[in-house]
Design a protein around this ligand. Sequence first.
Ligand SMILES: CC(C)(COP(=O)(O)OP(=O)(O)OC[C@H]1O[C@@H](n2cnc3c(N)ncnc32)[C@H](O)[C@@H]1OP(=O)(O)O)[C@@H](O)C(=O)NCCC(=O)NCCS
Length: 191
Amino acid sequence: MYAISLGDDGAELRPLEVWHAEELLADIDRGREFIGRHIGLPDVVTDLESARAFLASYAEKRGADGGSLHGIWLDGKLVGGLLFRVWDTPSGVCEAGCWLEPSAAGRGLVTRGMRVLFDWAFEERGMHRVEWHVSSVNEPSIRVARRLGMTREGLLRENYPHRGVRTSTEIWSVLAPEWREARARGARGDH
Ligand SMILES: CC(C)(COP(=O)(O)OP(=O)(O)OC[C@H]1O[C@@H](n2cnc3c(N)ncnc32)[C@H](O)[C@@H]1OP(=O)(O)O)[C@@H](O)C(=O)NCCC(=O)NCCS
């Protein structure tokens, strides 16, 4: 299967598909508590059948050009995922999300993978706006949004009931011209 290298540490971005159900379940099992602090994915993926159903729902989205799911493999092991939960070509708006198992955090894997996906969204697919919806207490994810050059637009107060607690969601976004400008600045900085 094809893979995109994310650097010289063996990290790769690949499509995450139905046949990866066992790998996905193992990844979620290793990170169930860490990942579940802020997002519902571990409550959705609880066994092989639900892992397969989650992956099948993204295969369906992909088929309808309404979203996509990508895995991050480190030294051959699935350690997390990146996704476009929402993908609306007519409006040029999509929403990205992610998770990592704890042993893979702190190495820039999500930031590096998201740069590849944002480039694809803006340059190949002509999207205009990528959104990031994040719990207001999810500091690591907010740092990712900031590192990707996103702007905080506002707060949806107590909109998301998660494990019995009403949490608030920050909305961040980056627009195509901002992304290009930041990339150009980064490229100039390389020389
Ligand atoms: C959100 C989440 C993916 C962030 O993980 P992360 O490891 O902090 O994010 P990255 O992979 O981009 O790594 C960035 C960290 O690695 C460091 N890093 C090391 N090498 C790096 C590199 N080459 N490039 C960028 N950052 C690098 C950064 O300094 C940063 O650490 P810091 O935030 O302490 O400064 C993770 O906390 C998670 O899975 N949480 C549970 C699920 C979740 O909340 N998902 C998000 C829903 S909105």
